[in-house]
Structures are given as C-alpha cells and as structure tokens.
Design a protein around this ligand. Structure first.
Ligand code: SF4
Length: 294
C-alpha cells in the first residue's frame, strides 16, 4: 500500500508542479478536470497547455470548447495582493512606450504608395495593459480619416462582438492592424508592405504583452502566423505566436457582407472566452449581429 503523504506535503508538491508549469509557459488549467476533484496527477499534460508552450495548433469547435474550459493561474503578485503601485507604473511605462513608437510610425515612409495616399498613420488603440489584442488587416477610409482602427461599420460590429458577444469592454482590449497606413482603394496589403510594417507590429505586441490574440481575417492570420492557409481552415483552432495563444476568425467587414459566417465567428469567440477562462454570456449576446440563429 503506498505511503500516505501529509496534507502540507501534498500542497507543497502541487505548488511546485504548478510553478514548474508556469515557468514553462502554461497559463491555464482545464476547469472541468479541477471540478471533478480528481487528484493532482490528472492535471498532467492538459491539452490546453500544449498550445502556448508547444506552439501547436489544436482543433477547436464545439467539441473542443467543452474540453477547453480553463481557469487562469493567478500570478504571484495578484495572489499576494501586492504591487498595485507597480502595476500603475507598468501601465504608464507601456503607454509611454506605445506613444514613442506611435510617433516613430507617424514618420515612417517605408511604403511609398501608402505614404503618398495616407491622411495619417493608424497606430492602434486600447488598453496598453490589455490581456487580449485584436489584429485586423489595414486601415480603411474612416480609420485613415480619424486615425483610429476599426471606427467604421466594421468597427461597430467589432465593438458589438467584444461587448455584446464576449461581455467585455472595448476599452479593455487593444486593437491594431497588420498595416498602419491605408492601402489605396482598401486593396489587400502586399507581402512587401506587411513585411515593412512587421517590426512595428512585433514591437507593439512586445509592449502590450497580451495573453491572448485574436486575428480578424485571412490577412491578419496569415501574416501573424506566417502561413498561407485560408481563414476557413485557420479559424476554429488555437494557434501560437511566440507562446501566446492565437484564435483566428472572420474579419467584421467580411461578416457584414456574409452574415452566414457569423455563426462560425460566434464559435470562435466562445473558444477565445474559454481559453481566457471567462464565462460565455448567454443573455447579452446580440441577436442581430453575432448569433447562433444566423
Ligand atoms: S504601412 Fe507601416 S511600414 Fe508602410 S509606411 Fe505605413 S507605417 Fe511604414
């Protein structure tokens, strides 16, 4: 009969195991398994842990959602309740770093055709400390005029997806594009333009340090992940960018033209919510914008 360990020793062993997983890049544990009150041994090799640490793609969809219920692991500082001042300082630092980068972007002239046609650069907007970053394709006419990403009809739909669909606030997330200048006629960015702007994209992500990324549309997904697969194959799965879980879905502009795709986008948002360890709102979901009914 195996020797029974004292409760204190078991807690220490569990804590060491969790810290080891956290150092390895694991940020979440499956909620369903924790709820079954099975022993710690059942937490080994959780499916969701393969995503951020291993950079693998994992199938999503409704079946996967059920197995991806997750709970966030509290960081040391949040667990101990310390460092409110440090967080405020970090937020200031990130805002200042983003402002410095935005000023650099505003002077950028790497894409001559875009520079000739732009009204202004469109850097990005949102919470510098956001856990979730949305990445779109490029500024459109409204964004070029106002200097902010996703402010037209597609932007309103994105706001609804975030607020009515996911139950978050738009001001809590960070939103940016693959390009920071509008391509004439809203054409698709060329590979060269995406490459030119990539250092800015990477720097912005490095400053914000999101825990999750959502790519909106094929251009964003293919450029961020460095793949050529169509969005219909990239969506419904969990990808990885430098260890950060990435969910891809359709661009809101495409959803405005193709309402039938909203059902799949809702599945993708539910996958994202599950990864984030957040509840899936049922009553506040928009019935006309992103819904199961369509
Ligand atoms: S799209 Fe990016 S790289 Fe090209 S000019 Fe604008 S800021 Fe510079």
């Amino acid at each position: 009969m195996p020797e029974e360990k004292p409760a204190g020793q078991l807690v220490r062993m569990l804590r060491q195991q969790l810290e080891s997983w956290q150092r390895a890049g694991l940020t979440h544990l499956p909620k369903a398994r924790l709820q079954t009150a099975v022993p710690p041994a059942c937490l080994e090799s959780p499916a969701v842990g393969q995503t951020p640490a291993g950079g693998q793609t994992v199938s999503g969809g409704q079946t996967a959602l059920e197995s991806y219920r997750v709970l966030p692991i509290e960081s040391d500082s949040s667990a101990s309740g310390k460092s409110t001042k440090a967080s405020a300082g970090q937020q200031e630092d990130r805002a200042a770093a983003l402002a410095r980068l935005a000023a650099k972007v505003a002077r950028c002239r790497r894409c001559p055709e875009l520079v000739r046609n732009r009204t202004q650069t469109v850097f990005g907007a949102g919470n510098p400390h956001a856990q979730l970053v949305f990445i779109g394709e490029a500024p459109g006419a409204d964004e070029d005029r106002l200097g902010e990403p996703f402010v037209g009809a597609a932007g309103q739909l994105l706001t609804d997806m975030i607020e009515k669909g996911m139950g978050l606030k738009r001001s809590d997330v960070y939103i940016m594009n693959i390009l920071r200048c509008r391509p004439p006629g809203n054409r698709t960015p060329t590979p060269e333009e995406a490459e030119n702007c990539r250092p800015f994209l990477e720097k912005q992500l490095a400053i914000v340090q999101p825990k999750f990324i959502c790519c909106l549309g094929a251009c964003a997904a293919q450029n961020l992940l460095g793949v050529h697969a169509p969005i219909s194959r990239l969506r419904g799965q969990v990808h990885s960018y430098k260890g950060i879980p990435v969910v891809c879905t359709y661009h809101p502009a495409y959803l405005l033209r193709t309402p039938a795709a909203k059902r799949q986008t809702w599945e993708d948002l539910k996958l994202l919510l599950s990864l984030m360890g957040l509840p899936i709102p049922t009553s506040s979901r928009p019935k006309t914008e992103v819904s199961d009914e369509e």
